[in-house]
Design a protein around this ligand. Structure first.
Ligand code: S3P
Length: 441
């Protein structure tokens, strides 16, 4: 059943909180643990539907996985060549990361497998992964470039040097995982830096990954050695609170143990560019990933022209950043973000539609948006009901917008929040958001 958020206007955010584990890292930890030799212990695992889908798939491939229990997961690795043919199709649910990375992992196997997904995932482009994998010798069938994805057995893959046409960590990661099963070296060249969790984590599992400027390479046949992985809190989930506390007068909030991988911190850079007051405290490193506590206090935001190099490191945070822009004084211009159109929803179209319902002048462009901020007013949004179109990040972004609304905001089709942020409602309430979730007829 779907769910609506009913959020009363106003309030502020305060206290100390920790958001759930990083989604990107949780997926990778289970996948790499599965093909490692030995037992991988994961802590801080995201117990959201997306990462659980990956866990179930790995089980269907013959890997014993214990948990999750309070964020702890134990993966009994079967080694690089130990995966077994699944008895059924493999359901990725809403998770694009699961599907694309698993395409890479499964492309070099000697058995057939089929990956399926929910309604949203079934519309998302898979050729960006299928085509370069085919160039490595994989045999992959899609339905007009979308799921279901059928992967046929092959004797061997061969390495590839691939200049990636789009800045995508999912494509890069899929090719590196396939590269483990390929003869020779697989090299991916990025048009702009994207999240590097796969490379870092492969290093943690004892695999040599080479980085030369924009090129990242792996030689096939290297075994993975099981390890311990402590998953930091997801900066993409922290982002809703960074924006919420910035826009709501009187806010003073600490978000703890946030993953600060430099390929992910664009949201902090963009918010600071807009005048946000975010303090990075207690910086440390946990299992090869930088982590910090973030203190954020309300500040008057102003519009900004977002520099193109900050787009990839903030790619999942634009729904929340659009809300910040609507609360800022003056105009915000985002370009070079066409990838937003192929996320869990078309995030440019869906956010522009919702912002306009809430009285904001938001003009979608092919690769971004122009937003006329309403920063000079106490309320940036009029009361209203918006559609999240089943997109978790859209739902949470509009929920926090209520902090600066003049009346109640209703967000429909919000059940998918559980894919990345289980417990969002309770945690947001504990910080001061007046949110109530109700079953949607
Ligand atoms: C992800 C990469 C990004 C991001 C997604 C998670 C990952 O997608 O939007 O939420 O874990 O590699 P793209 O690589 O398609 O940009």
């Amino acid at each position: 059943m779907s769910r609506s958020f009913h959020v009363a206007p106003g309030g502020s955010l305060s206290g100390i909180l920790r958001v759930p584990g990083d989604k990107s890292i949780s997926h990778r930890a289970v996948m790499l643990g599965a093909i490692a030799d030995g037992v991988t212990e994961i802590t801080g695992f995201l117990e959201g539907a997306d990462a659980i889908s990956t866990m179930q798939i790995v089980r269907a491939l013959g890997v014993c996985v214990d948990g999750p229990r309070a964020g702890r997961v134990t993966v009994h690795g079967v080694g690089l060549h130990g995966l077994r043919a699944p008895g059924t199709s493999l359901d990725c649910g809403n998770a694009g990361t699961a599907m694309r990375l698993l395409m890479g992992l499964l492309a070099g196997q000697r058995f057939e497998s089929t990956l399926v997904g929910d309604e949203s995932l079934s519309k998302r482009p898979m050729r960006r992964v299928a085509e370069p994998l085919a160039a490595m010798g994989a045999r992959i069938e899609t339905r007009d470039g979308c799921p279901p994805v059928r992967i046929l057995p092959v004797a061997a893959l061969h390495g590839l040097r691939y200049p990636m046409p789009m800045a995508s960590a999912q494509v890069k990661s899929a090719l590196l995982l396939a590269g483990l099963y390929a003869r020779g070296v697989t090299t991916v060249i990025e048009p702009a830096p994207t999240r590097d969790h796969t490379e870092r984590m492969l290093g943690g599992f004892g695999v040599v990954v080479q980085r030369d400027g924009a090129a990242v390479s792996v030689r096939g046949g290297q075994p993975l050695r099981a390890t311990a992985i402590d998953v930091p809190a997801d900066i993409s989930s922290a982002a809703f609170f960074l924006v919420g506390a910035s826009i709501a007068p009187g806010s003073d909030l600490i978000v703890e143990h946030v993953g600060m991988n430099p390929t992910r911190t664009g949201v902090i850079d963009i918010l600071r560019l807009m005048g946000a007051d975010i303090e990075v405290c207690n910086e440390r490193e946990v299992g090869g990933e930088p982590v910090a506590d973030l203190r954020v206090r309300a500040a008057p935001l102003h519009g900004a022209v977002v520099p193109p190099q900050l787009v990839a490191p903030a790619i999942d945070e634009f729904p929340a950043l659009f809300v910040a822009a609507a609360c800022a004084r003056g105009r915000t211009v985002i370009t070079g973000a066409a990838e937003l159109r192929v996320k869990e929803s078309d995030r440019i179209a869906v956010m522009a539609e919702g912002l306009r319902v809430l009285g904001v002048e938001a003009t979608p462009t092919p690769d971004g948006m122009v937003i006329e901020g309403r920063g000079e007013r106490a309320s940036a949004f009029v009361r209203g009901a918006v559609q999240a179109h089943g997109d978790h990040r859209i739902a949470m972004s509009f929920a926090i917008a209520a902090l600066r609304a003049e009346g109640e905001l209703v967000v429909h089709d919000a059940a998918n929040v559980a894919t990345s942020f289980p417990g969002f409602e309770a945690l947001a309430r504990s910080a001061g958001l007046r949110i109530e979730g109700r079953p949607q007829a």
